[in-house]
Write a protein that binds this ligand. Structure first.
Ligand code: M6R
Length: 367
């Protein structure tokens, strides 16, 4: 059932190209220029009335929502608020009928996320669930379901579900933008073709995982490390950090790169690994100066960036890992892959139970 892979996690990492294709299939029209989300109950009128979007979830699904929030804000220009489900409903969130609440859950059974959904519904919001399980409690209770077609995910550490949630958000963002007219037809078509290229790009990354494996073995001896990035890179850094903690038990922290100097820089000392994500060209120079800040304090820096920046970045970092080129909004669907492999191989090097990490359950049905 592991299809020749040693662990479900590795199998599921390798299933991502298929998960992307399946999640895209049937949601782009024949011309390749329009997103079609036929089954949505959310009417065009209601979409036009949306004043704000709340994205609520737990753990990795929350991290997918962070990316989704930026995507929707950029493409649709409506304010988005992200929250973890266990906080959301206790703060009396400002929900109105003009709020679109998006809950994200692989299993569709997470107790806090289900409770947040109910809170949102009772306040009159339209609730859309991004989930991987069609018959789940969350899918049943939501007003709309946008299914990720990742297939069953067995490993406790979520991989293909997260990245398929990103694909779902890309399609949803484009759809909302189409209806509200915030992106031109040509822009939408251009973005659709970039999304359609992602599965093959992931395939090419999976074929070249040796460098990440070697790096994982190298860092597996460290007690602490940092992930840094700006914007979407920061969102992916948070997911990379959670994944590493979850299965390798190595302590790590994800930091917004520009925020380090406000306290955390004090922890940077000789030899501490810092994994920098630098895929967002608009803030590349800023991230490079943050990389120099940690280098100057002795950090050992590995950067994940586009091929075109590798040569120049290698002047300031110790190692670089290149991801294929895509549009800035879509880099998370690629940059997360080396981070998944990093935690997988670190856990493996340390001899841990990769698929069943201590203290954790695949589905958290208690609050
Ligand atoms: O099934 P869900 O997506 O609602 O689960 C949410 C989290 O419990 C889950 O993503 C958790 O953080 C993962 N084990 C992380 O890999």
């Amino acid at each position: 059932e592991k299809n020749g892979f040693d662990h479900f996690m590795l199998k599921e990492i390798h299933e991502q190209p298929k998960a992307y294709r399946d999640t895209i299939r049937g949601r782009v029209d024949e011309s390749g220029r329009k997103v079609v989300l036929k089954d949505l109950n959310l009417t065009e009128d209601r979409i036009k009335q949306i004043q704000n979007v709340h994205i609520v979830a737990c753990g990795t699904a929350y991290h997918a929502g962070l990316v989704g929030g930026t995507v929707i804000e950029q493409l649709v220009r409506v304010p988005v608020y992200n929250d973890v489900a266990s906080e959301y409903r206790y703060r009396s969130p400002l929900i109105t009928p003009e709020t679109l609440v998006i809950v994200v859950s692989q299993s569709g059974e997470t107790a806090d996320t289900l409770a947040a959904l109910r809170e949102a519904k009772s306040n009159g919001a339209h609730v859309l669930a991004v989930t991987n399980v069609v018959g789940s409690s969350i899918a049943r209770d939501a007003d709309d379901v946008l299914v990720t077609l990742a297939g069953p995910e067995i490993a406790v550490a979520s991989t293909k579900a997260y990245s398929s949630q990103l694909i779902a958000f890309y399609l949803l963002g484009l759809y909302l933008a189409q209806v509200r007219g915030t992106q031109s037809e040509d822009q939408v078509a251009h973005m659709i073709s970039a999304i359609q290229a992602l599965p093959e790009q992931v395939e090419s990354m999976l074929e070249n995982s040796d460098a990440i494996k070697a790096y994982a073995e190298q860092i597996s001896h460290n007690q602490h490390l940092f992930f840094i990035g700006r914007g979407l890179d920061y969102a992916v850094a948070q997911e990379g950090s959670l994944k590493l903690k979850e299965i390798s038990y190595i302590h790590s922290e994800a930091y917004a790169a520009g925020e380090l100097k406000h306290g955390t820089l004090a922890l940077i000392e000789d030899g501490i690994p810092v994994i920098a994500l630098a895929t967002q060209d608009s803030v590349l120079e800023k991230t490079v100066s943050n990389i120099k800040e940690v280098k100057a304090r002795g950090a050992d820096v590995m950067v994940i960036t586009h091929e075109e920046h590798v040569a120049s970045l290698l002047k300031s970092v110790d190692q670089a890992f290149a991801i294929p080129k895509t549009l800035p909004l879509f880099t998370p669907a690629l940059s997360v892959v080396p981070l998944q492999l990093l935690s997988y191989y670190a856990s493996l090097a340390l001899g841990h139970d990769v698929d069943k990490p201590r203290n954790l359950a695949k589905s958290v049905t208690v609050e």
